[in-house]
Design a protein around this ligand. Sequence first.
Ligand code: 5GP
Ligand code: ZN
Length: 114
Amino acid sequence: MDCIFCKIANKEERADIVYEDRKIIAFKDIYPVAPTHILVVPKKHIPSVDHLEPGDKNLIGDLLLITQKIARQLSLAKTGYKLVFNVGRGGGQKIDHLHLHLLGGWGKKLKNKN
Ligand code: 5GP
Ligand code: ZN
């Protein structure tokens, strides 16, 4: 299958990986829209949130808890962060392999405002 995120998960394409286990991989977005922009991705090819099935319950729960862990490790948790799932073309999804955007790192800006 010609899917860029499957290729990254299979190490056929390179990415700046920040987390990996048997089921999940997380890497830096190639075109960041925040000081820190990570994509948290299940290795299983699920096209979008709209394609989740009851059997994916544990996987999606793990994805969220791992995202929390990554946010803490990258020091995003203190200043706060955004989590975004784009779903379908109208929802802004361009890569048809489920991924959670972890956006943060605006700490400096917040400090300057005070
Ligand atoms: P979407 O719009 O589908 O929710 O988000 C896809 C994201 O994947 C975009 O933010 C885009 O910058 C990122 N992206 C697209 N191709 C690649 C790639 O080859 N490597 C990495 N690391 N990110 C990619
Ligand atoms: Zn895929």
